[in-house]
Write a new protein. Structure first.
Ligand SMILES: NC(=O)c1ccc[n+]([C@@H]2O[C@H](COP(=O)([O-])OP(=O)(O)OC[C@H]3O[C@@H](n4cnc5c(N)ncnc54)[C@H](OP(=O)(O)O)[C@@H]3O)[C@@H](O)[C@H]2O)c1
Length: 236
């Protein structure tokens, strides 16, 4: 698998190490000095982006014309024209792109738990949620893409607070409060390798199952959810 890696910062650098230690993989790094232009992207099997959101947004037109599948973890930007419109454009051009706010595979397990907490209103009259996220000082966007995704999954009002300190990889804590009970759901990313290996897992999935997935803008969450439900129905 020939990988075009966009960005070799904290997360991209981790992926670069992983690729170089994995037999059968080769990589070209694209950054400010070697920007991702269509001619130089040509010949790669997949593009993986860990560029900051603004730089990724700028690169989108070149990535689209390259015709190569894209796996992106970039956060802190809006899809041009909105997510649905962008996905339709990808479908029209027969392109497969996958986005994940968080490539940690454990995040997919937590997704199901948050959805259950979001049903609290059926059992309680008086309750509240709060969400606190902590990241390293270099992170540009706040709240994090993951915090915004958790809020969307919860589908309930929630106060989000953000903290930027040291080299924290990523911590998210959702607290459910009633007068007499508290439930805390916490996810802590211990090492950036989880994002690197999740992105590589996704790239392999796209190349193996792209024809089943079909063109468009896919969310890693949906791919993982499908796998979890499939496993669940086999267990029953
Ligand atoms: N989805 C996930 O699982 C996940 C996990 C972690 C991070 N992220 C996201 O991934 C992105 C990168 O995070 P990070 O912590 O790795 O950031 P980082 O350490 O700041 O690295 C960013 C990289 O992008 C390069 N870059 C910046 N602007 C550029 C431009 N205009 N053109 C070309 N290259 C450019 C930087 O090059 P220079 O060093 O030359 O500036 C650097 O190599 C963020 O959006 C972050 O939120 C996602």
């Amino acid at each position: 698998m020939k990988i075009a890696l966009l960005g070799k910062g904290k997360t991209g650098g981790e992926l670069l190490r992983l690729i170089r230690n994995s037999p059968g993989l080769s990589v070209t790094v694209f950054d400010r000095e070697n920007p991702p232009e269509r001619t130089r992207l040509s010949g790669h099997d997949v593009i993986i982006s860990f560029l900051p959101g603004d730089a990724f947004l700028e690169a989108i037109p070149e990535l689209k014309v390259s015709g190569i599948p894209v796996v992106t973890g970039s956060t802190g930007f809006d899809w041009p024209g909105g997510r649905e419109t962008f996905s339709t454009q990808l479908k029209d051009s027969n392109l497969i792109w996958v986005h994940a706010d968080n490539f940690s595979l454990g995040m997919n397990l937590i997704h199901e738990m948050i959805k259950v907490l979001g049903l609290a209103g059926t059992l309680y009259d008086d309750f509240s949620f709060s969400l606190h996220e902590v990241h390293h000082t270099g992170k540009k966007d706040a709240p994090s893409g993951t915090a915004l995704a958790w809020k969307e999954w919860l589908n309930m009002p929630v106060d989000i607070t953000s903290e930027r300190t040291g080299d924290v990889v990523g911590e998210h804590t959702l607290t459910f409060n009633t007068s007499f009970e508290q439930i805390t759901l916490s996810h802590s990313a211990r090492d950036r390798q989880i994002f690197a290996s999740g992105a590589l897992w996704t790239a392999r999935h796209v190349l193996d199952s792209g024809s089943d997935m079909g063109p468009g803008l896919h969310d890693l969450r949906r791919i993982a959810l499908y796998k979890l439900r499939e496993a669940g129905s086999q267990k029953r």
